[in-house]
Design a protein. Structure first.
Length: 199
């Protein structure tokens, strides 16, 4: 009898937790949708297809001295016109579609547990459809984006998960493409100071 109970027990342990996990997953999904609905302002995208994907993950936190190299791919498809939280008529805007593939090659080198340097080189491939000249026309263009170089200080916490960033963004991206407005160009055309913190 003990062997029969031993073989039957795992079947019960597997079946019931799966039902519980499915129910818990449904409630978790419902809760997440509810929380996102309460905070629509945090999920608004920028109008120009800028770098809204600058989000760190635990895998990018430095673990100690040495180097790290990474590659990131993101995609943004903008085809609706918005005013605040409402979709508005497309007739009010000559820009119809803006699709961008963001490819970013990055590297960081930590000299020790506190000090390091980071470099990000983006490449953007963009499709832009506009009716500026009357008839809608589509244009494909691509370029290296604006290079970012920053120094890092990670000595604010013992596990190096909290730090400060300071650096510059240089105007290496193409910002004079003839068929795009200034806000839809790949590059900014300006040198900017970068200041940031992460936790």
């Amino acid at each position: 009898m003990r062997w029969i109970c031993a073989t039957a027990l795992p079947a019960r342990i597997i079946i019931y937790p799966l039902k519980i996990l499915r129910a818990a997953g449904a409630w978790l999904l419902l809760w997440a949708v509810f929380m996102i609905a309460l905070t629509p302002g945090f999920s608004w995208a920028c109008a120009c297809g800028c770098g809204v994907y600058e989000v760190g993950t635990a895998s990018l936190f430095p673990q100690g001295g040495g180097g790290t190299v990474w590659f990131e791919y993101d995609f943004m498809n903008q085809y609706l016109d918005w005013h605040a939280t409402h979709v508005i008529s497309a007739g009010a805007n000559a820009d119809k579609v803006l699709r961008t593939h963001f490819l970013t090659l990055g590297a960081q080198y930590m000299f020790d547990r506190k000090w390091g340097v980071m470099l990000e080189l983006p490449y953007w491939y963009r499709y832009f459809k506009t009716a500026d000249s009357g008839q809608p026309k589509g244009f494909n263009f691509s370029s290296i984006g604006d290079l970012r170089i920053a120094g890092m200080y990670t000595g604010l916490s013992e596990d190096m998960s909290t730090g400060l960033l300071a650096g510059v963004k240089v105007p290496s991206g193409w910002w004079t493409y003839p068929h795009a407005d200034r806000d839809t160009q790949i590059g900014s055309g300006s040198t900017d100071l970068l200041l940031g913190a992460y936790q």
